[in-house]
Design a binder for this molecule. Structure first.
Ligand code: MEV
Length: 424
């Protein structure tokens, strides 16, 4: 066994065969023989299940599922399933998680899982009177909302508050009611939308206006996840690298053209985990980018700074509207398996790990960008694929990768030559 049971620190995981990796994961997460088989089943979704998930099903489409290793979040080691088509992402997350655990690991936290439902109210004759009426009826409105989801209420969630906003728009002034709902372990879109639809007629009466939209907001700024890590300057390549990463972050924070790419890199990690857990990743993307623009300018979702010891300090704060009960997480067998692989029993735990992966992913990109450039790692991975395709196995793989990278010509014909030569 490469490491002790509860540890996610697995050196050379990427060098092992798929069978060896699965065996390690199975040992660590106590997977059954059926679960191991599911991992190798080409996506794990039968046509029958797929047909119940969406409309007009004609097939299924699989993504590679990788495990990021080395993550330690709030003192607990986690294997992190990531589904993604882009090379380097899983490797970068694992490498940066290793550097972060050499400090104190990653500290992460969450707000309560509170989502916002919006009710748009038009043609309100007297906004002051309407606000007063809604405020006075707040208790009854919250009670009516909670009657729609007794299960959520039983689990400690439910409607919490009502807020009113006046919005000036191209179509004139409108009143917008926000219903704040604690969704506990659910993502909550269904619960929130149902509650808003039920409240609408009552809100119309109270405001003497006309309700138009009743829908969840993906700017989930009451449902935030936060991850913070200190990376020792020696671990990242010295104080100059720390300074350069801070400058690279400052570029993103100041310039939307750079911030879009910087935040895309963060979402590489978050969305890959989201896909593995069959989450609504479009909701996460929408929430993250809207949050990045919350003070009127699109900025970095992370901050990177240097502390008094010269070490690098990174923080990511991002809306994290995810759930582990209901929805596709429960219907997709691989998503259920991922819960077991990561050892997650609460949505907030998953949210904290996802924020941690986003932070590590961002550091991976920044570190590469300020040092050797982003193509170097990609090309090494590409070289690895080529030499394996050219017939390299076992120890020969690493030697062939070195030789191919050194040759400066990372092409299949060169890989074939290199492998042939090394095989002697
Ligand atoms: C590529 O998928 C992501 C990066 O472009 C992110 C970044 O530039 O920070 C490497």
């Amino acid at each position: 066994m490469a490491s002790e049971k509860g540890s996610s620190r697995i050196s050379g995981f990427y060098r092992k065969s798929i069978e060896e990796r699965v065996a390690i994961a199975a040992e660590k997460a106590d997977l059954t023989a059926e679960e191991v088989e599911l991992l190798g089943s080409g996506g794990g979704l039968t046509l029958d299940v797929a047909d119940r998930m969406i409309e007009n099903v004609v097939g299924t489409m699989a993504y590679p599922l990788g495990l990021a290793v080395n993550f330690r979040v709030n003192g607990r080691d986690r294997l992190v399933p990531m589904a993604i088509e882009e090379p380097s992402v899983v490797a970068a997350a694992s490498n940066m998680a290793r550097l972060m655990r050499e400090g104190d690991g990653i500290e992460a936290g969450c707000t309560d899982p509170v989502m916002i439902g919006q009710i748009q109210i038009l043609d309100v004759p007297d906004v002051g009177a309407a606000k007063k009426a809604v405020t006075e009826a707040k208790g009854e409105l919250i009670e009516l909302a909670n009657q729609q989801d007794p299960v959520l209420v039983r689990f400690g969630g439910g409607a919490r508050d009502i807020q009113l906003r006046e919005v000036d728009s191209e179509a004139g002034k409108m009143l917008v009611l926000h219903l704040l709902v604690d969704c506990r372990d659910a993502m909550g879109a269904n619960a929130v939308n149902t509650m808003c639809e039920v409240l609408a007629p009552v809100v119309e009466k109270l405001t003497e206006g006309r309700v138009l939209l009743r829908i969840i907001s993906n700017l989930a700024d009451n449902r935030l996840a936060r991850a913070e890590a200190v990376v020792k300057k020696e671990a990242i390549g010295g104080e100059q690298v720390v300074d350069d990463i801070v400058s690279a972050w400052a570029f993103a924070d100041a310039d939307p053209y750079r911030a879009a790419t910087h935040n895309k890199g963060i979402m590489n990690g978050i969305v890959a985990v989201a896909l593995a857990f069959a989450q609504d990743h479009r909701a996460l993307e929408a929430g993250a980018h809207a949050y990045a623009a919350r003070d009127g300018r699109y900025r970095s979702l992370t901050t990177w700074s240097k502390n008094e010891d010269g070490d690098l300090v990174g923080v990511l704060e991002v809306p994290m509207a995810i759930g582990i009960v209901g929805g596709a997480t429960r219907t997709h067998p691989v998503a259920r398996l991922c819960l077991k692989l990561m050892g997650v029993s609460k949505a907030t735990e998953l949210a904290e790990v996802m924020a941690s992966v986003g932070l590590a992913q961002n550091l991976g990109a920044l570190r590469a960008l300020v040092q050797e450039g982003i193509q170097h790692g990609h090309m090494r991975l590409h070289a690895r694929n080529l030499v394996v395709m050219a017939g390299a196995e076992g120890d020969l793989v690493d030697r062939a990768v070195e030789a191919l990278v050194e040759s400066g010509e990372i092409r299949f014909d060169r890989a074939q030559e290199v492998v042939k030569r090394l095989k002697g």
